[in-house]
Design a protein around this ligand. Structure first.
Ligand code: GLC
Length: 540
C-alpha cells in the first residue's frame, strides 16, 4: 500500500487569480472564473491548486498586502464563492491551498491603523517600531526588497516602522506572542473551512535580529543589480529562531488531518533544507527554487540535483519549481523548444513538482509597455529587469478577443501570440505543449518509479542529461537533450532496452528501443526500461 501523504505524490499548480479567468467581466480574474475552469485542471491531471492571495487588499502589491485575513476581496468574489470553489474542487478530488501572508499586513489593516495611533497603543508592539537614528534618519541600513530604506517615518509618533517590502506593507512583529496567536487563528479559520493547506509567503523573513545591527555591505554588488543586494541580509532574514515560529505554524496545520504547509524561501540549498525543521517539524515542503536561477546547462543542472538530493534531511521530501509569479517565464528564459525539456525535467525529478499557470501551454514572458506597468517593484526600480508583470499576463484560453480570459480589456496585456498558443488549439494538437504536460503528468501518475522512486544520475555531458528513477520492480530512464544537435546515447554493451512512454515531440511514444537511442535536437524521452536492461553506473 502506498503510505505516502497526498502532497508527496501530487502535482501542484499555481494560479495567479487576477489572471486565470475573469467571470464577471471586469478584466480581472476571479473565484467563479477558477471554478469554471476546474474541468480543465482535472483534464490536465494536476492534484492540487495553490491560489495566490484573494483576501481584501488595497492591491499595492496585488494581494500580498492583506487588510483582512479572513475575508475575500470583492474583486475576486465572496466567502460563499470560495466555499463553492472548495466544494466543487473537492468533488473533483482537487485540493486547494491558499496563500498565507504572515510577514506583513497592508498599512490599511486595522491592526496597523491601531498600532500607528500612539506609542501607547495596545497594538504598538504588533509591528516593528524604532526611534530615528541620532541624525533623525532611519534606525539602520536595512533595505526594502522593492528599493530604498526598509524604514518609514510615521510623523504622528515620530518613530520609524520596518517594511521588508513596500512602505504599504509594514512587517508584523513575530516576537510578540499575540501576533503568533492571531495568525494561528487566521489559519484555523481557513483550515476549518476545508482549505487543504497554505503556501506561506516569505517565511524566511518572519524574524529579524532584535538588536537591529546594520547589515554588512555586499562586496559583490554592482550598479544595475536590484538595490537591496547592496547589503547582505544577515540580520533581516533566516534568523535561527525562525524555525521555532514555523514549527508553531506547522502545529496548527497538524491540528487538521491531511493538510500541507509549503514555505516560500529563497536561500542557497544548504540553508533551504533547514526549513524542514528539526525532526521535520517545519514546512512539509520548503519551496525549492534552484531551477529558476541555474544556467540551462546539463552539467550544472545535474550538479544542482545531486547537491539538493544530498542535502535533504532524512525523511525530507523534495520538490521542484520552474516558475512563479515573481520570476520570468521559463519559455522566455530557455526558449520554447527547451521549455518542453524543462517540463520533462520538472515532471520526472524526484519530489513534488509545482507548475505555474500557463507554463503548460508555453506562455511567454510578455513585454509590458511602460504605460501598462502595474508591478510596484518595476515602478520603484524601473528599467533593470525587476518587473514581474510579464509573467502574470492573462491565461490564454482560446483565439477569441482577450484570449477568452475576459470580455473586457484585461488588467495586463495578453501575449501577442495567443492565437497560436492557447488551450483550445493545443488541446486538439497531440504535439502541443499542453499535450506534453498532460502525457507527462499521466505517466507520472501511472509509474511508481516516477512518483516515488530513487533518483540515479547516469550522465551529464555536453547537452545530454540522463538519469534513472527506480523502485523495486520498475525503472524509468529519462534522457534530455538540452541543445539543438543530435545526441546519440549508447550504453556500453548495447543493453539499453525499453519502451518510450513520453517523447517531447509526441512522435515516438510507444517506440521500442534496442541497444541505443538517439536524441534529436531539443528532444527528451521518458522510457520504461525492460527488466533485463542493464544500466551502467554512468556513461559519458
Ligand atoms: C513574496 C511574493 C511576492 C510579494 C512579496 C511580498 O515574495 O511571492 O509576490 O511581492 O512576497 O509579499
Amino acid at each position: 500500500m502506498d503510505r505516502r501523504a497526498w502532497w508527496q505524490t501530487a502535482v501542484m499548480y499555481q494560479i495567479y487569480p487576477r489572471s486565470f479567468q475573469d467571470d464577471n467581466g471586469d478584466g480581472i480574474g476571479d473565484l467563479r472564473g477558477i471554478r469554471r475552469r476546474l474541468p480543465y485542471l482535472c483534464d490536465l491531471g494536476i492534484d492540487a491548486v495553490w491560489i495566490s492571495p484573494i483576501f481584501p487588499s488595497p492591491m499595492a502589491d496585488f494581494g500580498y498586502d492583506v487588510s483582512d485575513y479572513t475575508g475575500i476581496d470583492p474583486l475576486f468574489g465572496t466567502l460563499r464563492e470560495l466555499d463553492a470553489l472548495l466544494a466543487a474542487a473537492h468533488a473533483d478530488e482537487l485540493k486547494i491551498l491558499l496563500d498565507l501572508v504572515p510577514n506583513h499586513t497592508s498599512d490599511r489593516h486595522p491592526w496597523f491603523q491601531e498600532s500607528r495611533v500612539s506609542r501607547q497603543s495596545p497594538r504598538r508592539d504588533w509591528y516593528i517600531w524604532r526611534d530615528p537614528a541620532p541624525d533623525g534618519g532611519p534606525p539602520n541600513n536595512w533595505r526594502s526588497a522593492f528599493g530604498g530604506s526598509a524604514w518609514e517615518l510615521d510623523p504622528r509618533t515620530g518613530q520609524y516602522y520596518y517594511h521588508a517590502f513596500l512602505a504599504a506593507q509594514p512587517d508584523l512583529n513575530w516576537r510578540n506572542p499575540a501576533v503568533r496567536a492571531a495568525m494561528h487563528e487566521v489559519m484555523r479559520f481557513w483550515l476549518k473551512r476545508g482549505v487543504d493547506g497554505f503556501r506561506v509567503d516569505v517565511i524566511w523573513h518572519l524574524l529579524k535580529d532584535d538588536q537591529f545591527p546594520d547589515n554588512p555591505p555586499n562586496p559583490a554588488f554592482r550598479p544595475g543589480q536590484r538595490p537591496d543586494h547592496a547589503v547582505i541580509p544577515v540580520h533581516t532574514t533566516d534568523q535561527p529562531e525562525v524555525h521555532e515560529v514555523i514549527a508553531g505554524l506547522r502545529r496548527v496545520v497538524d491540528e487538521f488531518p491531511d493538510r500541507v504547509l509549503i514555505g516560500e524561501i529563497y536561500l542557497p540549498i544548504d540553508r533551504l533544507v533547514t526549513y524542514y525543521g528539526r525532526d521535520l517539524e517545519g514546512a512539509h515542503l520548503p519551496f525549492n527554487f534552484a531551477l529558476l536561477d541555474t544556467p540551462w546547462e546539463a552539467r550544472g543542472i545535474a550538479k544542482l540535483i545531486d547537491e539538493y538530493e544530498a542535502a535533504l534531511p532524512p525523511g525530507g521530501w523534495p520538490n521542484w519549481v520552474l516558475g512563479n509569479h515573481d520570476r520570468p517565464r521559463i519559455a522566455g528564459r530557455v526558449g520554447p523548444a527547451q521549455a518542453r525539456i524543462a517540463a520533462m525535467l520538472l515532471l520526472t525529478l524526484r519530489g513534488t513538482p509545482t507548475i505555474y499557470y500557463g507554463d503548460e501551454i508555453g506562455m511567454p514572458q510578455v513585454p509590458i509597455p511602460t504605460d501598462r506597468v502595474c508591478d510596484p517593484f518595476e515602478r520603484n526600480v524601473p528599467g533593470i529587469g525587476c518587473g514581474r508583470d510579464g509573467a502574470r499576463t492573462p491565461m490564454q484560453w482560446d483565439a477569441t478577443a482577450n484570449a477568452g480570459f475576459s470580455t473586457r480589456e484585461p488588467w495586463l496585456p495578453v501575449a501577442a501570440g495567443y492565437a497560436r498558443d492557447n488551450v483550445e488549439r493545443e488541446r486538439r494538437d497531440p504535439a502541443s505543449m499542453l499535450d506534453l504536460y498532460r502525457r507527462l503528468i499521466a505517466a507520472r501518475r501511472r509509474s511508481p518509479s516516477l512518483r516515488l522512486g530513487h533518483y540515479r544520475p547516469i550522465a551529464a555531458s555536453g547537452d545530454l542529461l540522463l538519469y534513472v528513477r527506480e523502485c523495486p520492480g520498475e525503472r524509468t530512464l529519462v534522457g534530455l537533450n538540452l541543445g539543438g544537435h543530435t545526441v546519440p546515447v549508447t550504453f556500453p554493451g548495447g543493453q539499453l532496452r525499453g519502451e518510450v512512454l513520453v517523447s517531447s515531440g509526441a512522435d515516438r511514444d510507444g517506440a521500442i528501443s534496442q541497444g541505443g537511442i538517439t536524441l534529436r535536437g531539443n528532444e527528451g524521452l521518458v522510457m520504461a526500461l525492460a527488466p533485463d536492461a542493464v544500466v551502467p553506473p554512468s556513461v559519458v
